[in-house]
Design a protein around this ligand. Structure first.
Ligand SMILES: Cc1cc2nc3c(=O)[nH]c(=O)nc-3n(C[C@H](O)[C@H](O)[C@H](O)COP(=O)(O)OP(=O)(O)OC[C@H]3O[C@@H](n4cnc5c(N)ncnc54)[C@H](O)[C@@H]3O)c2cc1C
Length: 91
């Protein structure tokens, strides 16, 4: 939709993994940078911002989903214990 963009949880709600506030603030900084780079063209700023946003947030959401499965999935809490004891890699 022209003239509109999203940031923070509105753009990429995901399972909680302690990154949501960081990502929301990072999005704000990136959006501000894009607007400053295109002061007379909001759409160009949004395109620049959203291209990076989608890649960044997809990666973070996949990581959050893996963490959520470790903590609350069918094999929890053994999966989390294996991770904390160094017997499992998350990535
Ligand atoms: C239990 C819990 C624990 C968490 N722990 C962590 C953590 O340890 N570390 C971390 O980084 N993240 C954590 N998060 C995630 C983090 O809180 C969010 O990712 C972050 O707050 C998202 O920021 P935001 O600005 O996008 O949205 P929000 O912080 O949700 O802000 C949106 C604001 O918009 C307001 N609003 C909604 N609708 C309207 C409307 N129609 N008109 C006007 N205002 C409106 C809301 O009242 C709210 O103030 C946690 C979340 C939860 C629920």
């Amino acid at each position: 939709m022209p003239g509109v963009t999203l940031l923070g949880d509105a753009a990429h709600l995901s399972p909680p993994n302690g990154e949501g506030a960081n990502l929301a603030m990072y999005d704000g900084a990136e959006l501000g940078t894009a607007i400053a780079a295109h002061p007379d063209d909001a759409e160009a700023a949004f395109v620049q911002y959203e291209r990076a946003l989608f890649l960044r947030s997809a990666e973070a959401a996949a990581e959050a989903a893996r963490d959520f499965e470790l903590c609350f999935g069918g094999d929890a809490p053994r999966s989390l214990i294996r991770l904390l004891s160094g017997h499992e890699q998350t990535r």
